[in-house]
Design a protein around this ligand. Structure first.
Ligand code: IDP
Ligand code: MG
Length: 139
């Protein structure tokens, strides 16, 4: 089933000049960017995006990181896009990420882990709508 997921190339990966490598991995896996922008989140925008994590001890640090520089926010479309992108990303902790994953290649640690990907159809719908109005998605 063709579906959409929200991906973010986080500020650490943008600083490392890994945008091209990461988008290449999406495209090679059949995930087509149908919306994309370079943007810097404010602290409140990052807090809203990660609201589900607000009780976690790392919440403040995570939102500080996510607003520390520009990131690339994309909507990816393709067969089983949510699961496929999670597989391309690898485990949250790059030290535990499988070989040939984005986090293995570009992540530094469990916080600075290069990419975000929606984890369910419900979160994908919220996350896509958080950053893109329908008229900016070219599916
Ligand atoms: P995910 O990005 O693999 O879905 P989540 O558990 O949803 O992982 O956590 C969201 C983000 O919060 C992670 O990608 C990572 O940047 C950060 N994070 C997760 N767990 C920790 C932690 O234990 N310490 C610091 N940061 C964390
Ligand atoms: Mg998550």
């Amino acid at each position: 089933m063709s579906e959409r997921t929200l991906a973010i190339i986080k500020p650490d990966a943008v600083k490392k000049q890994a945008i091209g490598d990461i988008i290449n991995r999406y495209e090679k896996a059949g995930l087509k960017p149908v919306a994309m922008k370079l943007m810097q989140m404010s602290m409140p925008v990052a807090e809203g995006f990660y609201a589900v994590h607000k009780a976690r001890p790392f919440f403040g640090s995570l939102c500080g990181f996510m607003s520390s520089g520009p990131c690339v926010v994309l909507v990816l479309q393709g067969e089983n896009a949510i699961k496929k992108n999670r597989e391309l990303m690898g485990a949250t902790d790059p030290a535990k990420a499988e070989a040939d994953t984005i986090r293995k290649a570009h992540g530094a640690n469990i916080e600075f882990n290069a990419v975000h990907g929606s984890d369910s159809p419900e979160t994908a719908a919220f996350e896509i709508g958080y950053f893109f109005p329908g008229m900016e998605i070219f599916g």
